[in-house]
Design a protein around this ligand. Sequence first.
Ligand code: NAD
Length: 318
Amino acid sequence: MASGSWHFVLAEAFDHAALERLRSVGEVTLLDHPDEPSLKDAVRDCDALLVRTYTKVTRAVLEGAARLRVIGRGGVGLENIDLDAARERGVAVVYTPAAATDAVAELTIGLMLTLLRQIIAGDAAVRQGGFQKARRTTCTRELSQLTLGVIGLGRIGKAVARRCRDGFGMRVLYNDIVAPGWIDFAATPVEKHDLYKASDVVSLHVPLTDQTRYLINAASLVEFKPHAVLINTSRGAVVDSEALAHALSSRVIAGAALDVFDPEPLPPDHVLMNAPNTVFSPHVGARTEGGLARMNDVVEDVIRVLEGETPHFPADGS
Ligand code: NAD
């Protein structure tokens, strides 16, 4: 099919420039509610499907998509796409692996400092007449005195570890199922159990897979130091939220800062909502100007696939 007659279905928001780029080479359909029935309907006669975090591209969706040649995921995690089903049907999957690295690393460190320096409680004290008491009683820890344990030393894990080691003087431990090769900062590989036992801050940077689902659970949390805090900017389901809420309430660990949740969004009556020493952000790790702009770049790889060129960022890494 010639350029100009392609049909793109966008199941989530992409910016104006990305939309214009797609419109310059084809027709664009925007979906309001990308649930399975409407997605199945929409992809029936499209050449490319573009998604972000929440659209679930299941085997059932792909089965009816006879013309589909490429799925573009603006972002990093690929757990919302059935990659096996796509491969079997010869549908290419492209994404933007490095788009969010710096943005998520910065939020991770922001959450770490907010939690450890009790910034939210301090803000409330200033506003609610508790300035003097808070000033008298507050005494927190400096990062240079603490050990960071990074689980998943990939792009984001490395960016966090490098900043924490070289910027803040933290000791860094890490665990990964793949050896990271040469790294340009000091860090020690350890088993997960040793990381839990030795870290003051445990930061999660793994993808959500069968192996990492509920990696942090009641059994792993009891191995943490009582003064340790958990930071999760990876995926909500890497942590068993109920076990975490229980560990916080019973002082098994000292605090948690979360950008991602399971379920997401967290319902108002979820037990984590009332757990002590928590800092939450609404899954905004990647949402910086640069992060969002780089995620929109996925349109270029989608067009490359349709034009028969090799994409820069195929999901299978080929
Ligand atoms: P990456 O692929 O570069 O790194 C992931 C690392 O985790 C790899 O080194 C991998 O070997 C390791 N890993 C996988 N399974 C593991 C296991 N069982 N134990 C230990 N290590 C394991 O990915 P990245 O770019 O660093 O992103 C990491 C994750 O961050 C993404 O998969 C995504 O879920 C999440 N993310 C969140 C946001 C946000 O807005 N909060 C934005 C972007 C990415």
